[in-house]
Design a protein around this ligand. Structure first.
Ligand SMILES: [Cu+2]
Length: 116
């Protein structure tokens, strides 16, 4: 094979490799704190969050009392049970859609999770 053809082939292979690397997005883990009876992400109180399918939310209790995070949504039904300050529990969202997440102890707590 001529050198020029080899270079073209190498370039094509590298291009495909780069495309594959872009397509394979690493699943992220996002921490959602429970603070002052609200959901907090990176220091900001939020009532909605958008993540990618495959991502994990880590619910971390930062209040000096128990929380019990749960969802009854079809997308992802879960109940993390009561857990105290300093503890965290994770939920992985596999499919696209929307889930409403609440606290069984504090009805005012709410976050809408949109999974792309
Ligand atoms: Cu709570």
């Amino acid at each position: 094979m001529q050198t020029q053809s080899k270079q073209k082939l190498l370039h094509a292979a590298l291009t495909i490799a780069a495309m594959l690397a872009t397509a394979t997005v690493q699943a992220a883990e996002i921490t959602v704190d429970q603070h002052n009876k609200a959901f907090v992400v990176e220091g900001n109180k939020v009532e909605a969050i958008t993540i990618n399918a495959g991502d994990t939310l880590r619910f971390r209790n930062d209040d000096p009392f128990f929380h019990n995070i749960f969802s009854l949504s079809d997308l992802k039904t879960f109940d993390l049970g009561s857990f105290p300050k300093g503890q965290s529990k994770t939920v992985t969202f596999d499919k696209a859609g929307m889930a409403e997440v609440e606290c069984a102890i504090h009805p005012e707590m709410y976050i809408e999770v949109t999974v792309k």
